[in-house]
Design a binder for this molecule. Structure first.
Ligand SMILES: [Zn+2]
Ligand SMILES: [Zn+2]
Length: 582
């Protein structure tokens, strides 16, 4: 099945579900049933009937039974009057009918297996042949407001999973189970990395000392890669006058997503949702000669976006986002050299965690020019430059038409995490539009003003989102260089404490993040606790170790015996230095 056929099959299954629902719950009111990227759902008003996960088995059985009778869809166009008669008593369908009629569109009813529904099409041609009965499964029930609006009635949403084959369905289910175990919200709490407070509010994570340590280690790593390539740090305030975003074009585009501040003098300010407009003002504060170009500004800082609270989730959707941001202001002739340097940083950084990168060329969609800043000529120039870049890098890329940012095209880097989920991990964005809006220029060799180009070059993008990805990718097993506690020492009895203290002092002196657990709990419990916190190295000290001046070290995978403290430190230092991945 290709993607389109699969989408058709998923939507067809929503119809099949609707039939099963109507057979078992004749008074249920059907509303909408689209395909989604792992299957389908249908939103239903069950009235006084209670439907929960336990009822899905029966519905699924009836779908499988009916599928064999679903051999072809027929459809008919009806007048609004006729449609109202067919769906009399179902206020949801009536609302949809009024909307379709209001737009002057045709109203169509599709029938298959004797079941008719309001629909605009997009089905399998012969469901009984194309859809395999064991490649779909009703998954779970959830509440959903009619049309996603919390002022409306809460409906029951039945989710189904559907794939081309049973194997794909099974693989997806296994992946989901694994994902549940690795959920960053669960692990973040267990490992003590970040918290949320009801007083502070949803979507505003607070980072504990352990979590902050990881964030800073990641950020230092990115900075070490940038420093070598001529970047300089800058610092900007987190608020700005509205005028900055009117000039940049963000106000017109994103006014709803901005946190706004009214000052006592009645001025309107906003919390920054991105850093580029501020950075342009540092560039523009001096007359720049071609000899000063490029200017490369880096800054890790928070931005704020006013998202709907229903969309907030763990670290993946938050209101306060930390960006490891950078902007390169350069001449057109410098685009290639600068973008390639960013590409190198991205590759080095992501390879460190075992992410293999794939490239997507995110272009604008010429069919919807109103979605973008700037004219066709500017877009052509920017897209040609990126294409040349990818060609010089000799990569094959996925064509992402319509995936550009509103101010410019991008090279997006796509990867898969350790359980096979697809992620967009980094991006190089080329921007001719903001330099134009802000009139950013340099004086070229001929003494003329030349418009500069901006390259947006965050590496992690959002540190929050990157952390959520990394926690799940590694299942919380951070490599030694990122582990908040790198070593825990467990002396078996009091008599072993002297030697344990000696080893502790030695590791501490080498800047190893080490803890000595000489608590009153049993040895087994102390070791378990260290392992639950995913500590990479646990040293157990007893008579044997003390007498021979050696260590017994438990890693996440093995037990190392009779290693001298010096040898162990050397091994640790090497792993930290090389950022070894477990
Ligand atoms: Zn349909
Ligand atoms: Zn930017």
């Amino acid at each position: 099945m290709n993607q389109e056929q699969l989408a058709h099959a998923r939507h067809t299954l929503a119809h099949l579900l609707a039939q099963a629902v109507k057979d078992q719950y004749p008074s249920a009111k059907l509303t909408l049933g689209p395909a989604v990227d792992n299957g389908f759902y249908y939103d239903i008003d069950f009235g006084n009937d209670k439907v929960s996960d336990e009822n899905l088995k029966d519905l699924q059985k009836s779908m499988r039974k009916n599928l064999s009778k679903w051999t072809a869809f027929t459809h008919r166009e009806v007048s609004p009057e006729e449609a109202r008669t067919v769906f009399a008593g179902n206020e949801y369908k009536l609302e949809l009918i009024e909307e379709i009629a209001g737009r002057g569109e045709k109203i169509t009813l599709y029938t298959c297996g004797g079941f008719e529904d309001l629909c605009r099409g997009g089905h399998s041609e012969n469901p009984s042949q194309e859809i395999s009965a064991d490649a779909f499964k009703l998954d779970h029930v959830a509440g959903a407001y009619w049309r996603g609006d919390e002022k409306n009635k809460m409906l029951t949403r039945i989710y189904g999973l559907a794939f081309s084959t049973k194997e794909e369905l099974d693989a997806y289910i296994t992946q989901q189970e694994e994902a549940k175990k690795r959920d960053h919200r669960k692990l973040g709490k267990e490992l003590g990395l970040f918290v949320f407070s009801e007083l502070v509010g949803p979507g505003l994570p607070l980072w504990t000392p352990r979590g902050t340590l990881i964030r800073e280690a990641l950020n230092d790593y990115v900075w070490s890669l940038r420093k070598d390539r001529g970047y300089e740090k800058v610092t900007i305030p987190h608020i700005t006058k509205k005028e900055l975003y009117e000039t940049s074009g963000h106000w017109a585009k994103y006014a709803d997503d901005l946190f706004k501040i009214h000052t006592r003098e009645d001025h309107l300010y906003a919390m920054k949702p991105m850093n580029c407009p501020h950075h342009t003002q540092i560039f523009d504060s001096e007359l720049r000669s071609y000899r000063d170009m490029p200017q490369r500004y880096a800054e890790t800082t928070m931005v704020y976006r006013d998202e709907q609270s229903g969309e907030l989730s763990g670290l993946s959707r938050v209101l306060s986002i930390t960006q490891d941001d950078a902007h390169v202001f350069c001449r057109e002739i410098q685009i290639e050299q600068e973008a390639l340097a960013i590409w190198d940083i991205i590759e080095t950084f992501y390879n460190t965690f075992g992410f293999k990168l794939q490239v997507r060329f995110s272009r604008h969609d010429p069919a919807t020019p109103e979605k973008y800043l700037g004219g066709a000529d500017v877009w052509k120039k920017a897209e040609d430059a990126l294409q040349k870049l990818m060609e010089s890098r000799n990569v094959t890329w996925i064509d992402g038409i319509g995936e550009a940012a509103f101010y410019g095209p991008k090279i997006d880097f796509i990867s898969r995490d350790s359980i096979g989920r697809v992620l967009q991990v980094a991006t190089i964005q080329l921007d001719f539009n903001q330099p134009k809006n802000f009139k950013l220029t340099c004086i070229n060799e001929k003494g003329e003003k030349e418009q500069v180009v901006m390259i947006h070059a965050a590496i992690m993008g959002s540190i929050e989102r990157f952390m959520s990805t990394l926690i799940e990718h590694l299942a919380g097993n951070f490599p030694v260089w990122l582990s908040p506690t790198q070593v825990v020492i467990v002396p078996i009895k009091d008599v072993h404490e002297e030697y344990a203290n000696k080893v502790y002092a030695m590791l501490k002196a080498k800047n190893i993040r080490v803890k000595l657990d000489d608590g009153k709990d049993s040895m087994g419990k102390r070791i378990r606790e260290a392992k639950n916190m995913k500590t990479p190295y646990v040293i157990v000290i007893g008579d044997k170790e003390r007498d021979a001046n050696v260590l017994t070290v438990e890693t996440r995978a093995e037990k190392i015996e009779n290693i001298s403290p010096e040898e162990f430190v050397a091994r640790l230092e090497k792993e930290i230095e090389e950022r070894t991945l477990n």
